[in-house]
Design a protein around this ligand. Structure first.
Ligand code: SF4
Length: 358
């Protein structure tokens, strides 16, 4: 493959990816089949990060389609974390009592090859909630006083215009019991120029506290432009957390994970979740094992400060929610004198006894 020419627009077709040197032309017949099933989009900001001469480029692995995606492995499912089972009205997922997902739209700036909603996002699917469905979703939130937090997700909510987003934020702020609105987004990485002053102003409304969760999986994604976009949010007083997915060949080594978590903290983004890869169809080549994930979390514990530690979590298939699946540092042990003692493992792997009643 030759070196890529710089993309000035979002690349959506396999032929465009080939023209820019991101895939060999010989792969096009297979990749056309992938693109017919799962959306493809590579923004100029992300395209600029990819080294087309590196067949294992960790950014390319996240966004460039591969023929492996055509194979659905046993256990993989179109709705791997069970959104449908917990959706009382269109656009709402109410899995935990105090919070809902509010899925406003089904488009993103980029389409991630591992996305657990890959069957629901992208062109060809419904792009956004109709006005009627939006009103019904708001009514649902309004009539459930236990809902403290609304999580805007999708699709990517920052694909909406500041004007539209401002209206939605105001609608949510009008509901007394909603105190937190959290937006999950990849925009600061995928299209940092969208994080304008108008966008930041739209996110800050009286009556609710806004949090932004940034999705990034490799330290190279936190470019200078991405950092400036995040700083626009944090400077405005919007707290940020991170979410990442553990991906084979992208971030499944301690050095990369460490650099990613440090980069988040440097940007005033608290590492929040490291997700184990979901059982989305055609994503087996990107998943690691849980045992490897735990090993990496153990390594991270010894290498970086507590500020840089995310929770390693698994979304239990079927919609049963998230479970922390990181390594366990505490176990019980009954001694010869029948007294139970705790065994605590330190970050070097050494085990220490701790009295049960101290
Ligand atoms: S930005 Fe989020 S919702 Fe969109 S494709 Fe990527 S992971 Fe899926």
């Amino acid at each position: 493959m030759s070196k890529s020419s710089r993309a000035s627009t979002t690349l959506r077709q396999p032929a465009e990816l080939a023209a820019h040197g991101f895939v060999p032309a010989s792969d096009l017949p297979e990749l056309e089949k992938v693109a017919a099933r799962y959306a493809v989009a590579l923004t100029p900001a992300v395209a600029a990060l990819i080294d087309p001469n590196d067949p294992n480029d960790p950014i390319a692995r996240q966004y460039i389609p591969r023929a492996e995606e055509l194979f659905t492995h046993p256990g993989e499912s179109a709705d791997p974390i069970g959104d449908h089972a917990y959706s009382p009205v269109e656009g709402i997922v109410h899995r935990y009592p105090d919070r809902v997902l509010f899925k406003l739209m089904h488009v993103c700036a980029v389409y991630c090859r591992f996305c657990f909603r890959r069957e629901m996002v992208g062109p060809g699917r419904e792009t956004a909630l109709s006005q009627q469905s939006y009103a019904a979703a708001l009514d649902y939130i309004r009539s459930h006083g236990e809902i403290w937090e609304v999580i805007l997700t999708g699709g990517d909510p920052l694909m909406l215009s500041p004007r539209r987003l401002g209206g939605i934020m105001a609608d949510l702020a009008d509901i007394d019991h909603v105190k937190i609105v959290r937006l999950h987004t990849r925009i600061p990485v995928a299209d940092p120029a969208r994080v304008t002053d108008d966008m930041v102003t739209a996110l800050k409304v009286e009556g609710v506290t806004t949090w932004v969760a940034l999705h990034a999986n490799h330290p190279r994604e936190l470019t200078n432009d991405a950092r400036v976009a995040c700083a626009r949010l944090t400077d405005a007083g919007i707290p940020m957390v991170s979410q990442s997915v553990l991906l084979r060949g992208v971030n499944d080594d301690a050095v990369t994970l460490e650099a990613l978590m440090r980069a988040f903290v440097e940007c005033r983004i608290k590492p929040y979740y490291l997700h184990h890869g979901d059982l989305a169809p055609g994503t087996a080549h990107l998943r690691t094992t849980l045992a490897h994930g735990q090993e990496l979390m153990r390594a991270l514990r010894g290498r970086v400060s507590g500020l840089c530690q995310p929770d390693y979590v698994l979304d239990i298939p079927g919609g049963h929610g998230k479970a922390p699946v990181g390594p366990n540092y505490l176990s019980g042990q009954r001694e010869a004198d029948a007294e139970m003692r705790y065994r605590v493992t330190d970050y070097c792997g050494d085990v220490h006894l701790y009295p049960p009643k101290a």
